[in-house]
Write a protein that binds this ligand. Structure first.
Ligand code: 6R9
Length: 640
């Protein structure tokens, strides 16, 4: 661990939970339970089971876990029917806000009858338990309905981002061998209808296994029609609203989700039902301190990201939450759109990503200042390490210095949150995910797999199986073993670098592939990025290591400046050198208008490395906006 890192992590600010919140918190201790399995059994009892389990965990064939063996439940029943049966049918499940400003208010009763109809429609189309359904939709309520209807009949969904290309979509359909696609004519993005159906048409032409395509009408765009196509509003609306949920085995597959394309061939991460729902539901209740009667929760993620699965659909709905769902982008029709939505629905819990927070910083403090954000009580962050600078901005400008920030570390593979502060308990530190949640055995280990002492750094691992863990990579057990379980034998290797501070709290340092080796020193991209963002002129930074004849690798930084400022790159290089030490001084800094990101907001450093090393760009199919790369590359050439 470099000295520079010590420097970055000498963050000493701590923030206690507000007394009022702590006094009424759902969870009042962050202590690890003495009996981990008994703890998870208790959490599983928050759900409704049709048949009790015989064994909590079967770990006789590691790393292939089975949780709640012999238990049976229906996921959709847990998310909908049981709330309606408890008399909560009139509670709003979803306040949906379309990008153009159209809205829908959907109660639990409404959502239940739509899901029942959709379940009947899927059954009529020949979809049954174990079949795979591909979902390629914008952020409209039908996305949640489609997922829940698939789950209700024991089938398995594979949601594909609405922004992905024909190749990405057809590859995922083929890998999962799906028989049905649910899509829409299009969705609204940046003020205009953006078509989806043409991509599906091309993809389906490459996928003979697809029997039907169910099409939601959202934008009213002209669509080409094939004999496999059916309108959602005709097929689903004429189906019966009567449907009794059948219980399925706790290990029945719930979904496959392909991990974001920052790596090579996407991996189909498989999740099952009982353990997954137990942990998604518990963590949503504990980490957001959800009070379903009074809270208005909003997770700004897309449904195509695991965050949308666990914290828009399964976690919140299993807890009977009222939530906001927004179709569009944060700057349409204006840059205050998120804050306008918070004000309009009196959102109390907001869950978003560091990339969004840094964008808001860049747009300026005056924008959120123009709205009433006083309803907010808890702020969440997910997706990347959050720099202390962005954390403080979030706390001050969105949370009025009064809302605990829960920085939640987890992965598609973990299914649900693993490390996070608890809002009524933890004294938070800006930039740290703090500690493993109750029931989770996380640690930081060195190269040899030994636990590092406080103050040490290494790799984040999980020592014990957890309920919502991936069960395998779809169709590829060997790759599951190789990717996660070959490095340290009996510990799950998360692929993230981490450090324990003097109190034993955990700081995430980014993907281990993103560590640079400069003149023999290990430097994490996160620490240099944080140093850059701590300069008042900088809104956002991405750092990569580029091959260098003298130093092995050299630091190349791509920087977005805050609105209206002009900055001298040498000033910024010296700022890094002063903050972290001369070894961390970037060889080169490029001022750029945007950074290449996946739709979940992760910077695709692999593409920036290609640019920094003058290579042809690798696979760009998962980029949110592919034109950004040509802008960046042309700037890079001219700066040399
Ligand atoms: C939920 C999600 C997983 C990777 C993970 C890590 C990064 C996510 C983070 C975080 C630091 C956090 N990550 N949350 N890093 N602090 N709070 O993002 O899933 O898309 O699979 O990405 O994201 O690197 O390994 P996924």
């Amino acid at each position: 661990m470099s000295d520079a890192l010590e420097n970055l992590l000498s963050e000493t600010r701590r923030f206690a939970p507000p007394a009022e919140l702590a006094a009424h918190a759902n969870v009042t201790s962050d202590a690890q339970p003495e009996d981990r399995l008994a703890f998870w059994e208790t959490q599983a009892r928050r759900l409704s089971w049709a048949k009790d389990w015989d064994q909590t965990l079967d770990w006789s064939n590691p790393p292939f876990a089975k949780w709640f063996v012999g238990g049976e439940l229906n996921v959709a029943y847990n998310c909908l029917d049981r709330h309606v049966e408890a008399g909560l049918g009139d509670r709003v499940a979803i306040h949906w806000e379309g990008e153009p400003g159209d809205t829908r208010t959907i109660t639990y009763s409404d959502l239940l009858s739509e899901v029942k109809q959709a379940a009947n429609a899927l059954t009529d189309l020949g979809v049954g338990q174990g079949d795979r359904v591909a979902i390629y939709l914008p952020m409209i309520p039908e996305a949640a309905v489609a997922m829940l209807a698939t789950a209700r009949i024991g089938a398995t969904h594979s949601v594909v981002f609405g922004g992905f290309s024909v190749d990405a979509l057809s590859g995922r359909i083929q890998d999962a061998d799906a028989k049905l696609v649910i899509t829409a004519d299009g969705g609204y993005r940046r003020g205009a209808p953006s078509a989806l159906k043409p991509t599906v048409d091309e993809a389906v032409a490459l996928c003979p296994g697809i029997e039907h395509v169910l099409v939601v009408r959202r934008t009213g765009q002209e669509v080409a029609w094939t004999d496999k196509d059916l309108w959602w509003h005709e097929t689903v609306a004429k189906a019966s609203t009567e449907h009794t949920a059948q219980a399925f085995d706790a290990e029945n597959p719930l979904f496959i989700l392909y991990t974001s394309g920052t790596t090579a061939k996407p991996k189909g991460i498989l999740h099952t039902t009982g353990g997954y729902l137990t942990q998604a539901s518990y963590t949503h209740h504990a980490v957001f301190d959800l009070k379903p009667e009074t809270d208005v929760y909003w997770c700004t993620a897309d449904i195509g990201w695991v965050t949308g699965h666990s914290y828009i659909v399964y976690g919140p709905l299993s807890n009977g939450a009222t939530q906001v769902m927004y179709e569009g982008t944060p700057d349409t029709p204006h840059r205050g759109r998120f804050w306008e939505i918070v004000q309009k629905y009196k959102v109390t819990i907001l869950y978003t990503a560091p990339t969004a927070i840094r964008t808001f910083m860049k747009w300026g403090d005056d924008i959120p200042a123009g709205f009433d954000l006083s309803s907010l009580r808890i702020l969440g962050s997910v997706g990347e390490p959050i720099n202390p600078e962005a954390w403080m901005w979030y706390r001050e400008h969105i949370g009025a210095n009064n809302c605990p920030i829960v920085d939640t570390w987890w992965q598609t593979e973990t299914g649900a949150m693993m490390l996070s502060p608890l809002p009524g308990v933890t004294h938070t530190k800006p930039g740290s995910a703090m500690s493993p949640l109750p029931g989770i055995a996380a640690d930081v280990v060195d190269d040899q797999g030994n636990s590092v002492p406080n103050g040490g750094g290494g790799y984040l691992v999980l020592r014990e199986p957890w309920p919502s863990m991936l069960r395998t990579i779809w169709g590829d057990d060997a790759r599951y073993l190789e990717t996660y379980w070959s490095r340290f034998g009996d510990m799950y290797f998360a692929g993230d670098g981490a450090k324990k501070d003097e109190d034993g709290n955990i700081w995430l340092l980014g993907r281990v592939d993103d560590v640079m080796l400069v003149s023999g020193h290990n430097i994490s991209t996160t620490e240099v990025e944080s140093a850059l963002v701590s300069h008042p002129d900088v809104a956002e930074a991405a750092v990569v290591g580029a091959t260098d004849p003298t130093t092995g690798q050299a630091i190349v930084a791509f920087v977005i400046l805050r609105g209206g400022v002009e900055s001298d790159v040498d000033v910024l290089r010296n700022h890094v050198s002063k903050t972290l030490g001369p070894i961390c001084k970037p060889r080169q800094i490029m001022i750029v208008p945007e950074l290449p990101k996946t739709r979940s907001g992760k910077i695709m450093r692999r593409l920036l490395r290609d640019v920094a090393e003058n290579r042809t760009l690798g696979d760009v199919t998962t980029l949110q906006d592919s034109s950004i790369m040509s802008l960046i590359s042309s700037g890079m050439q001219s700066s040399k």
